[in-house]
Unconditional design. Structure first.
Length: 280
């Protein structure tokens, strides 16, 4: 029996699975399979394994942190040539890890997932940092002191002032760095950020059917998100999935009965139900 990408993703991020035990690589590839149903995830897992083998091969037996970072950067960014897609940042392929691995192009968060997974395989813990507008990575030395990396810029170590500069590049010169911007994020948060990137790309291009697929994945992680349920209802309405739209509208009203748009959504739900009755 073939398991759908949605079912596979749900199994990988099930609520009973502790966040740190989520197989991040498998989950990101399940997201990709929602767009590429014939994708063979094992092909890409083996490729990541091979990158890790090459990093491990150049490390001394008792490698220091700078040596590990240097080896990771050398294999991924110099030898393999992975880089940020500055020419077409919002190309949807930048958010699907199979495409990133095939094209050697990505955005900060997908390049970060690759880096995290290769580093993990060589025994080095690297964590995602959810800075607004520009995803980063962080690792800690033996004394617990953090260092921030930008994989969109070849794995370069960033100072505090350079983190501020990254923020200003996205939000303008008046943007102010807040301490929480450099906090580490969970695996579920990483997955949600990838999915939100895709959702926004598809909404901007009015590709509502693909946006629906992405929202289904987001709701696997956050099934009680009233805003996502509302958005799915409206997308279903727009693509003619009236029964699903009505169910989502009614669910949204139960979840957020005092929402500012509750009356409007109630009227829409009633209209959709009437249309369904007329169709039968």
């Amino acid at each position: 029996m073939v398991v759908s990408a949605l079912e596979e993703f749900a199994q990988l991020v099930a609520p009973e699975i502790e966040d740190e035990r989520i197989d991040l690589l498998a989950a990101v590839l399940a997201v990709a399979r929602s767009e590429y149903p014939k994708l063979d995830a094992e092909v890409y897992v083996r490729r990541v394994d091979q990158f890790a083998d090459r990093v491990r091969a150049v490390l001394p037996r008792y490698a220091e942190v700078p040596e590990i970072i240097s080896a990771l950067n050398r294999v991924l960014f110099i030898e393999e040539g992975f880089r940020g897609n500055r020419e077409d940042y919002y190309d949807r392929r930048n958010s699907y890890l199979n495409e990133v691995l095939d094209r050697k192009l990505g955005i900060p968060i997908t390049l970060a997932v690759l880096y995290i997974e290769v580093a993990r395989r060589v025994g080095f813990a690297v964590f995602g940092v959810g800075m607004p507008g520009h995803f980063l990575l962080k690792f800690f030395d033996a004394a617990g002191h953090p260092t921030v990396l930008d994989v969109y810029d070849g794995g370069r170590v960033l100072s505090a002032s350079e983190c501020q500069a990254r923020l200003e590049q996205v939000f303008g010169e008046h943007a102010s760095m807040q301490p929480e911007f450099l906090n580490t994020v969970s695996r579920r948060q990483i997955l949600t950020r990838i999915l939100n990137n895709l959702k926004n790309i598809y909404l901007t291009s009015r590709d509502f059917r693909r946006a629906l697929t992405v929202i289904d994945l987001i709701l696997v992680i956050y099934p009680r998100s009233a805003e996502e349920v509302r958005q799915r209802a409206l997308l279903r309405y727009n693509v003619g999935q009236l029964k699903g739209a009505a169910e989502d509208l009614e669910l949204y009203l139960k979840m957020a009965p005092e929402a500012s748009d509750a009356d409007e959504m109630r009227l829409l739900a009633l209209s959709v139900r009437r249309t369904l009755i007329q169709m039968n």
